[in-house]
Design a protein around this ligand. Structure first.
Ligand code: ASP
Length: 320
């Protein structure tokens, strides 16, 4: 058998396998506008986004405003202020944003700034670039008028010092030494945008960047098709360029639910053993207000706000 034929057959088997398990409820559909975001803290983010969406505002403004909520909350230990640090005790933030024209901006390894999502938006709007990192991103943020602040809270510092006693890097699915807010919205004019922001995996190596600021990995928006975002162990999402994959699967005719399931199945296919121990979750929303979610493990929650769904939390179905 030629390698190409073998490849096609394997591909067909893989997608068949992913549908033999009766996973998700069928994709849900709501009227526009709608905003959906990852984890329980999505509720606070959605509420802020909804103020804009329900006033005929732009999805881009809504997702930025939404992402800023957990970023500014010192009690959220996985995003912005109060985020858990890397193993050297430094809080480094990753974020990106993308609009309906495929404009996008991103920052990674940004220190001392509470709202990296807004810096990412400035990168998108004020520079000829897409992505600024580290000291360059900080300099740009300060030039743009953002204030330098201390992001390591007493609680996060205490947790880090506790971690130092064993220094074991072992992310535990849903037990929150990681989390990210990924937020996607469809506005009243039927335009899509998305944003993603995180402090990344707690106690990561200095300089480590996950999926969250990478356009195509943790966020992708194609205004003709839909938008997708992800959370979980970023390395596995980067390997499959997850959110872009989800959007392309929707382009091929899959519902948002099916697209999320297929992307998760791809991670399982690549990493059959590892995928049993880690969490990755995808959320997708298409141009018609249909949305879906799927994760490797149980416990991945997301929040939906639309005229029909009053900012409710749902638990995604999972592969395992
Ligand atoms: N995806 C994030 C990262 O890898 C972490 C998370 O969502 O839990 O940095």
């Amino acid at each position: 058998m030629t390698t190409r034929r073998k490849f096609i057959q394997l591909g067909a088997l893989a997608s068949l396998a992913s549908f033999t398990k009766a996973w998700g409820k069928p994709t849900s559909k709501v009227s526009k506008p709608v905003v959906i975001s990852t984890w329980n803290f999505g509720v606070g983010a959605n509420a802020e986004a909804w103020k804009i969406l329900s006033n005929n505002g732009r999805a881009l403004d809504a997702v930025e405003a939404g992402a800023r909520v957990p970023e500014g909350d010192p009690k959220e230990s996985s995003v912005g202020l109060g985020g858990l640090p890397d193993r050297d005790g430094r809080v480094t933030l990753d974020s990106c944003i993308m609009d309906e024209f495929a404009n996008c901006g991103a920052v990674a390894c940004l220190e001392h700034i509470v709202h990296p999502v807004s810096v990412a938006r400035k990168v998108m709007e004020k520079t000829p670039h897409v992505f600024l990192v580290g000291e360059g991103a900080l300099k740009f943020a300060l030039d743009q008028g953002f204030k330098k602040e201390k992001l390591l809270t007493k609680e996060s510092e205490k947790a880090w010092k506790e971690w130092l006693k064993t220094s074991q890097y072992k992310p535990i699915a849903n037990i929150e030494n990681h989390d990210t807010i990924g937020i996607v919205a469809l506005d009243a004019k039927q335009n899509l945008s998305g944003a993603c922001t995180t402090s990344g995996m707690a106690y990561k190596m200095r300089g480590r960047v996950g999926d969250s600021p990478i356009i195509g990995a943790a966020l992708y928006v194609d205004n003709e098709i839909g938008a997708a975002t992800s959370t979980g162990v970023g390395e596995e999402v980067i390997r499959i360029v997850g959110s872009h994959l989800v959007v392309e699967l929707m382009r091929q005719g899959n519902s948002p639910q099916q697209a999320c399931e297929l992307a998760v199945a791809r991670i399982v296919k690549n990493q059959p053993q590892k995928s049993k121990e880690i969490q990755v979750g995808f959320l997708a929303l298409n141009k018609n207000g249909e949305y879906g979610a799927f994760a490797l493990q149980k416990g991945f929650t997301y929040a939906v706000y639309s005229n029909e769904v009053a900012n409710k939390i749902f638990e995604a179905k999972s592969y395992y």
